[in-house]
Design a protein around this ligand. Sequence first.
Ligand code: URA
Length: 437
Amino acid sequence: MTILDIIEKKKIKQELSAEEINYFVEGFTKGEIPDYQASALLMAILLNGMTDGETFALTDAMLRSGDVVDMSSLGGTVVDKHSTGGIGDSTTLALAPILACCGVFVAKMSGRGLGFTGGTIDKLESIPGFDTALSEDEFFGVVKKVGCAVIGQTANLAPADKKIYALRDVTGTVNAIPLICSSIMSKKLASGADTILLDVKYGSGAFMPTPESALELAEKMVAIGTLAGKRIGALITDMQQPLSDHVGNSLEIVGIIDVLNGKKNRLYYEIREVAVKLLALTGKYDEKSAEQAFQRAIDSGNALNKFAEMVTAQHGDESYIHNPDKFALGQRDAVLADKDGYVTGMAAADIGRAVTHLGGGRMTKSDVIDFSVGVVMQVAIGSKVNKGDVLCEVYHNGKGLDEAKTLISNSVFIGGDKPAEHKIAYAYVDKNGVTLY
Ligand code: URA
């Protein structure tokens, strides 16, 4: 077997065997297959696709390239959720304590932000002292004691994905469903949870432009997870505007504290939808009792207290959770509406880019983040506005302010007609099939 034979085979749309896929993944991870041949194969996969069998073999080879975490010592149901990424998507931060209050373990490994999307780990590090790099023993200890913990991905989790993803990023091969599917699922399956909810986003702030393309990706990922023996489902959710009205690192923690205090906004309803589906997937709840458990966790204040408990267990200063005014924010400015009308749509990714310009995100991996900057949206799609109304508050420290304000001003579209209501979720898919909302 040679890598050239494998490239030739994919070039003429033939199905690769599991052995051939394994040969590629192992050889590339060890540095035996050069970038130029790996790039050619990735482009052939992007152009000619992969069968479910090939995608499963690719996922399996990538997950076996590193450690597979064993959570059985926790002695309970371990759940995980994964979002394909978006703007103001801070759901994990509230879900972890809420789900822990509902009697399941959340042992979550999350990523950092790059480009226009924020990262859960950066947001948590805006809480003074919060440690996202606990040792494996300490991580398991916190999960056992508190019920939830969130850390960064360990270096040896699916290392093949790290190498392949870096190459895809510079060869125009990110946007291929089998490659996205194997990249996400190799990490999810290696993380060791038994029940997984995928939140696949579509729209102007997401990878997938349309609900149909997001559903196609979701169906593939659910098929792979089911084949791997997991309880797994996927929600297809709207990312045509920031999910939280708070976008930025400290600001998103403030937005999450609002939700844990019971503030009912888009973020709250999305978190409820994800929590209910995930709890129902575990088999410990049906959807009705899951919703009741969710509500109890919020109304009793237990979820907020659980978040504070997790912060302390991960060496953070929990006084910030009880008193969010302690978060240092930049100076306040605003973007105003330049005409009367309704907000008809948003270029959500550009709102994420605006936060990056302010210093709240990374253009390159080595950039240092300013936790104190970001935006607080004052409107959503469908809001009625008059000329001069505040569309968005901008928190800044001088850097990138003009670029950010121009980007935001151009990314909130105002027109004469009230748009149709934007639903939070478009569909749900699990092993029983697709439910359209
Ligand atoms: N997120 C991932 O982890 N991998 C992809 O390929 C796309 C999104």
